[in-house]
Design a protein around this ligand. Sequence first.
Ligand code: LLP
Length: 422
Amino acid sequence: MDHFTYKNGELYAEELPLREIAAKVGTPFYCYSTATLERHYKVFSGAFDGVKALVCYALKANSNLAVIRTLAALGCGADVVSKGELRRALAAGVPPEKIVFSGVGKTADEMRAGLEAGIHQFNVESEPEVRLLSEVASAMGKTAVIAFRVNPDVDAKTHAKISTGKAENKFGVPWQDVSRIYGEAAKLPGIEIRGVDVHIGSQLTDLEPYRNAFNRVRELVLQLRAEGHDITRVDLGGGLGIPYDGTVPPDPAAYSLVALEAMGNLDVQLIFEPGRMIVGNAGVLVSEVLFVKQATKRKFIILDAAMNDLIRPAMYDGFHAIDPIREDQKTGPQGPADVVGPVCETGDTFARERDMPEAIAAGDLVAFRSAGAYGAVMASTYNTRPLVPEVLVKGDQYAVIRERPSLEELLKLDIMPPWLGS
Ligand code: LLP
């Protein structure tokens, strides 16, 4: 459930018409709903009430400081994958003891930053990584608390580009080597092994892959304990899907049952890293129709938003519902059209032969739904299009939480070498 609904004939974000925000901020822009963010976090964390659990929101899904702070204020932790995300989590007020540092390629500098901050744990993905972490921590006179991310070799049944738990994926330590790797890492100075970590993919709509992975992890915990490791934490990753196209994914309560069935009596702290599930449906991308063009074979609705603003359709064939802001257009006659952006490549297509309002015309606004996750964070300035602004709504208030950069700011990033003149 989200708080983007039709009222008084038009689409609102909570108590504000998106049209009014568009008039002030200009299009395209991302708009997030505080009530939706809070609701999603509470539904997820509520599914683990009474359990030793730490929810670490995966910043990669949407790392705007205002979004992070909204969640941190509810007690949410953070899963970070870079020094930059670590900085964001700390700047937004996430306590270091609620931060986990994931990622397959951390640099020594990033390790130092995590150790300096005193984070909860590093999720380590390889032997060379744990050796480097040991060196870095020892040199600082510190101890890095770690979990190894294990690769359970299960098929997450999601898009290949966001599936991470198969043996052929780059993630985690191979299942058959886990025992040896834990044994060797336990001897390293500056390393304290506390946990096991697993993350099998993103936008999962089926609980079976989770069940398989979690059961494997359970056995692993028992085995590692028998081998003398003091395993007190299990990080189960993120990945729970959201309803983009009407397919309803399992809700957090059902997911929680699967997690607790496998982990329930292990007496471990459970760590979760949800991203999309928290922010996905808490955001929309609002765009204006520039032209409607009738070509020989197709009708094209040309928007002022493009693939650089929302890459998911081009990159993963991701489906985003595209709703007109005017309710009469939503309920009126629909006909097939391709919804495209202005970027000079055919990949800049948001939807093909999608039923869209027949009455839609230049100047009308549309909202891409479910754009709160992996939207703004994956945007680029391709075609020298400045990043679009982000707006956060709370009730009847809104605030711009990231400005649209000017072209001057964008151009200033480039530096003319002396031999070309100024
Ligand atoms: N933890 C780890 C280690 C991850 O790699 C990810 C996502 C998450 C947690 C959060 O997963 P979530 O709950 O959001 O599914 N850009 C793609 C999704 C990439 C996901 C990468 N890892 C997309 O737009 O679909």
